[in-house]
Design a protein around this ligand. Sequence first.
Ligand code: SF4
Ligand code: SF4
Length: 287
Amino acid sequence: MQTTPLSPDSKLPLTCSRTGTCCHGNRVWLNPWELISLATEKGITAREFRDLHCMYGGIRLLFNGKAGYLGRQACNQYIEHFGCSVHVGRPLACRLFPIGRQIQNGEVHYMYQGSEFPCLDGCPEVVDLPQLTVAEYLQGQQTERFEQAQDAYLDVMQNLADIAFMLLLDTGLAASGDRKTLAVWKQMGKEQPEALVTRIGNEWMDSLMLPEIPYTSDPILFSQQHNELLQQKLQEACGDLQTHQELHDASVLTMAMALHLARGLGANPTQLSEHWINIATQHGALE
Ligand code: SF4
Ligand code: SF4
């Protein structure tokens, strides 16, 4: 889809008219720190928040509220005539909207979807409100820690993928002529999120989305502790694997977790799995 690139100085009608239009019929993806931030704001546990208010094991907010703008259902955190019930803990996607954010070669890029400013569709009145630069808008939305969380979880995702690579490439599995593992990586890249949740199973989904770490407002610390827990658990589970079937299963599980987390970070699992398959084949794995 076409996007319009933005610079920090781009000036746009970024003062929100607070009609809640974009809290209807949207997709809001979550990382584990955003999940616990929302739960903390709500005064419940991350597990309760996930089970009551999320889809796909906690990577997406449920939009099953009352139908509003264009008959689209509201986010279930939206309260009619009030707004967002979790405003202080709202995730990055909500803080950024209508702006999007991407990292390419380590550099952050901001943009919006399409050639026309997205708010104009549902909230044309924004043209009469004060314009803001992108930098002013991000500061006002206090995106900094939420952007840090996003970047820190990209590292967690890559670490999971690295373990999936290691189980395939460094154990003799790929050298044995195995073609099954990359075939499943490819299939998983195209699977619906609910299918990946089933593959991963409850225990590992909990490890991925509900780490037993108390909430901290520091997303880097939280994600580092989460990363350590995941690495430790995977080491215990994978340290003594013997057969090619066991190694295959472990590589598939770890890649499934990396792809599921990636979707929660707004990445495209199909493109990502293809990218990782390319790297694996360059290192001797067979498709
Ligand atoms: S569409 Fe834009 S102006 Fe309308 S509620 Fe959302 S952010 Fe505010
Ligand atoms: S979390 Fe809040 S801001 Fe985000 S979509 Fe839901 S109601 Fe809207």
